[in-house]
Design a binder for this molecule. Structure first.
Ligand code: ZN
Length: 412
């Protein structure tokens, strides 16, 4: 009996010992498992392009409140940024291409001022959540405090008209990059989606590139024509960014960079910030019913920018019901990651990042708004990227470029 009881006790101790080892192992195993959530929170995440400032010009939109991702709610607010674990975002002051006249330039300048005021007011009203960052060091300081860093850019060099001095003026107002053009040619260069006018950069555009280098303004080559791109990387002494573009080898859209352009970008030391815009990631099949319904909507609301808040609310409702009736087939994060894989295979891990284009057409089926940003990290982990590689994609590469642009400016 004594022997049996001893055996029982021995068996019990052995069992406890084994359980302890097993639980110890499983804890250790759990720590080693790539926890996407933890990894995503540990790295610095920067999105280099959204068009949310257009919403901030509407008094009714409070960026400090949580919205649903409908037309009226948009894809970005500070609450959803926190949910999505996004640390920093470039708010682009979008200026549609208008008349290339003194009157047109004056209007564009006034719109930049109005939009900057709207952003500054929105950030000041939410000072507990967010601050504007003017340097790479600012981003780190703001994020360390648990806040969101808002960076400022301008989408469309039309905002400077023909006045080179505006580059330094905008820099002093906090703008840190300018996208040289949008979907139409301007005085600086040809657009990738317009006819050939200058054959690349105009002589004025060359002066713009030199002045941006001198001032320390980052040059954004998204939207510009291939010839203009090659002119820019030939002239610029500083690395450049494509703030929201994809790889043309994966999706043949003129807005994307082909492999030779990627190689030239690597030589320049710049970055391509992969875009979440379905048309540039993986175009959906033609949908004639949706296209004609949307065409009719935009013809009806051609004056959208001039609508009163109540008229605009009605327009948003109409658009949401159209979206429900004719849903757009969106590309996925997996589709977007094929662009990332291609860029990495072509030029390596150090020359790419993320630029969502939220509130400007960006948004994927499984990353439709800023609250879903960690799905990108999850897919990068699935594709075998390490933590340090993911950190470079999510912001490290962009910060390296920005620091180099600053050093180049100081050398002038
Ligand atoms: Zn754009």
């Amino acid at each position: 009996m004594v022997n049996l009881s001893f055996l029982n006790r021995f068996a019990f101790v052995l069992l406890v010992f084994m359980l302890l080892i097993l639980s110890g192992c499983s804890t250790k195993f759990a720590i080693q498992l790539p926890s996407v959530e933890r990894l995503h929170r540990q790295i610095l995440t920067i999105d280099t392009h959204c068009d949310t400032p257009m919403r901030l010009r509407q008094q009714a939109f409070n960026i400090g409140e949580r919205h649903e991702p409908t037309s009226a709610g948009g894809q970005v607010d500070l609450i959803r940024m926190q949910e999505g674990g996004l640390d920093a975002m470039v708010f682009a002051v979008f200026i549609a291409q208008g008349d290339r006249t003194m009157e047109g330039y004056a209007k564009a300048y006034a719109l930049v001022q109005e939009t900057l005021t709207a952003i500054q007011t929105a950030v000041a009203q939410n000072a507990n959540f967010a601050e504007i960052a003017y340097s790479p060091r600012d981003i780190k300081r703001i994020v360390r405090k648990g806040k969101i860093a808002i960076l400022l850019g301008i989408e469309n060099g039309y905002a400077i008209g023909k006045d080179l001095t505006l580059i330094e003026k905008y820099y002093k107002q906090g703008i840190r990059y300018i996208t040289l053009c949008h979907t139409k040619n301007n005085d600086i260069c040809d657009s990738s989606t317009d006819t050939t006018e200058h054959g690349g950069l105009s002589p004025f555009g060359e002066a713009v590139v030199r002045e941006m280098n001198r001032v320390g303004m980052i040059i954004d080559v998204s939207h510009i024509s291939d010839s203009a791109f090659y002119d820019v990387v030939r002239i610029s002494r500083a690395p450049v960014i494509a703030s929201h573009s994809c790889a043309r080898a994966i999706c043949g859209n003129p807005r994307n960079l082909d492999d030779n352009m990627l190689l030239a970008l690597k030589k320049n030391g710049g970055v391509i910030q992969i875009n979440l815009f379905t048309e540039y990631v993986k175009p959906s099949e033609p949908n004639a019913a949706r296209d004609s319904a949307m065409h009719a909507f935009w013809s009806k609301y051609a004056n959208f920018e001039q609508l009163t808040p109540s008229e605009r609310a009605i327009a948003y409702q109409e658009r949401d019901s159209l979206e429900k009736r004719y849903p757009r087939r969106l590309a996925t994060v997996e589709d977007m990651t094929t662009h990332i894989d291609h860029v990495v295979q072509t030029i390596g891990i150090d020359y790419l990042g993320i630029g969502s284009d939220f509130d400007g057409g960006g948004g994927l089926a499984d990353c439709y708004d800023v609250s879903q940003m960690k799905n990108i990290t999850a897919t990068l982990v699935k594709h075998g990227y390490t933590k340090s590689q993911i950190a470079r994609i999510w912001g490290g590469n962009f910060l390296r470029v920005w620091q180099k642009v600053n050093r180049c400016a100081r050398r002038t």
